[in-house]
Design a protein around this ligand. Structure first.
Ligand code: NAD
Ligand code: LMR
Length: 447
């Protein structure tokens, strides 16, 4: 039986990730056929550059796919089956401020963790809710697969403010780490592993990993991670095919120090910001942060290459690569479109999946995905150590959404202070006041 062809909207068409995702979708047309591809963005000029190159790519590789790039919500969101959402409200210029302002006060400056993540959350909530509302107005049957960051705060906002909407929030970090685990174990694919995992987004732990025969792979992995973090054997021997960026190499190595806190589990790399905040500050250059790195490399390279393709009207020798990690997006869309019952880690309302944790928290756990959406799998009770950390962090995320909804300065100050990255309430207030100043265009007014 042939699979129904889908109509896809990429929201944030001007994203640096869009070309990689388009190429990945084209590589998977046998599993996930597409009849129409649309781009939507609120920055016409930025999106047009990616769209011009995409048009050339489609003409050469999949001329049957109808392609539209627009900034008009009605044109974009009509006749759509899936919205793949990856917007960055405020773009890299604001990410740079999120990172540099806290660092001025000796506090970590990061895209999704600590005060930077909170500032980004306050910008993203409105943007993502607007996308949901357009989708429901123009294609009420469609699903939104959201990977716009900061996913934890965005997910809490959608749970609270759009509880019945067809949106699933997903993150690629567990996929990235599981790919490293499979390299450590010498497996063919990360899909050879079945995992148990619990936590919040960018704040979780693997508790059980088995191969297809049910063999426990945790002892080998725990041993490796406690010594090497998530650095792979090839990276260690200098035999890796692809070199990971220096900042990521540091992060994967640092995971070992995070794992030492609970040797029974394997941690998400992002926990380093909460466990060793001073190390992160020391390791940062307040004048040149990750935002600068991405602007100088990924952003510049993507747009230069797209413009080159559009100029010469061929993508035959293009330096753009399919985003292999992003195949999880196809897995998710396929699971919904064709009811494939895929097992995946998703960010969903807890509702008892973690037995001794807030029912109303958005948690990251394994789910079975089918045409009705995600069914979380229970992960049982969690230990006091993780529970304590998660309760503090979930309070931060909930306070941010309450601050956004109520326009409350007090709640946002509480949120910043409660983040485990923050030394004291006075510094939290100073950072907050600076962030308010630069975010006037994006945040609701706080009183
Ligand atoms: P980017 O700045 O290159 O692209 C984002 C695009 O969104 C821009 O073209 C911008 O104009 C557009 N945009 C901003 N606000 C908008 C709005 N309100 N409506 C429509 N479009 C809007 O950013 P990027 O680095 O490519 O990242 C895109 C997003 O994907 C970020 O949120 C990033 O954190 C996220 N991301 C998520 C994952 C994950 O798996 N969770 C992985 C990587 C990146
Ligand atoms: C990125 O921009 O690459 C982020 O989404 C994650 C990172 O590397 O900081």
């Amino acid at each position: 039986m042939s699979l129904k062809e889908q109509s896809i909207l990429v929201a944030g068409g001007g994203s640096t990730f869009t070309p990689g995702i388009v190429l990945m979708l084209l590589e998977n047309l046998d599993k996930f056929p597409i009849r129409q591809l649309k781009f939507y963005d609120n920055d016409k000029e930025r999106q047009q550059q990616i769209a011009d190159a995409t048009e050339v790519i489609l003409k050469e590789r999949a001329p049957h796919i109808k392609f539209v790039a627009t900034t008009d919500p009605e044109e974009a969101f009509s006749d759509i089956d899936f919205v793949m959402a990856h917007i960055r409200v405020g773009k890299y210029a604001m990410r740079e401020k999120d990172e540099k302002i806290p660092l001025k006060y000796g506090v970590i400056g990061q895209e999704t963790c600590g005060p930077g993540g909170i500032a980004y959350g306050m910008r993203s909530i409105g943007g993502v809710l607007e996308l949901i509302d357009y989708m429901e107005q123009y294609s009420p049957e469609a699903w939104m697969l959201n990977y716009s960051n900061p996913a934890a705060i965005v997910a809490e906002a959608t749970r609270k403010l759009r509880p019945n909407s067809k949106i699933i929030n997903i993150c690629d970090m567990p996929v990235g780490i599981e790919n490293r685990m499979k390299d450590v174990l010498g497996l063919e694919s990360r899909k050879d592993m079945t995992v148990k995992y619990y936590g919040l987004n960018h704040f979780g732990w693997w508790t059980d990993i088995r191969d297809r025969d049910g063999k426990d792979l945790m002892p080998e992995l725990k041993e490796w991670v406690s010594k090497n973090g998530y650095i792979t054997p090839d990276e260690l021997n200098g035999a890796a095919e692809e070199e990971v960026e220096p900042s990521w190499f540091y992060t994967f190595g640092k995971a070992k120090e995070v794992q030492w806190l609970d040797p029974d589990t394997l941690p998400n790399t992002y926990l380093k910001y909460y466990f060793y905040p001073q190390d992160e500050v020391e390791h940062s250059d307040p004048e040149h942060t990750r935002a600068n790195e991405v602007m100088e490399h990924r952003e510049k390279n993507t747009f230069t290459e797209c413009n080159r393709i559009a100029n010469i009207q061929t993508a035959e020798d293009a330096k753009l690569e399919a985003d292999e990690h992003a195949t999880y997006i196809v897995d998710l869309a396929r699971a919904i479109a064709y009811n494939s019952k895929e097992r995946m880690l998703l960010i969903v309302p807890n509702k008892g999946a973690i037995v001794n944790f807030d029912e109303d928290a958005m948690v990251e756990v394994p789910c079975i995905v089918g045409s009705q959406g995600a069914e979380p799998l229970t992960q049982g009770e969690i230990p006091r150590f993780q529970k304590g950390l998660m309760e503090q962090q979930v309070a931060v995320e909930k306070l941010v959404v309450e601050a956004w909804t109520e326009g409350s300065y007090q709640k946002l100050w509480q949120a910043l202070f409660l983040s485990k990255t923050m030394p004291n309430a006075r510094v939290a207030k100073q950072i907050l006041d600076d962030l308010i100043e630069v975010n006037k265009e994006y945040w609701p007014e706080l009183t």
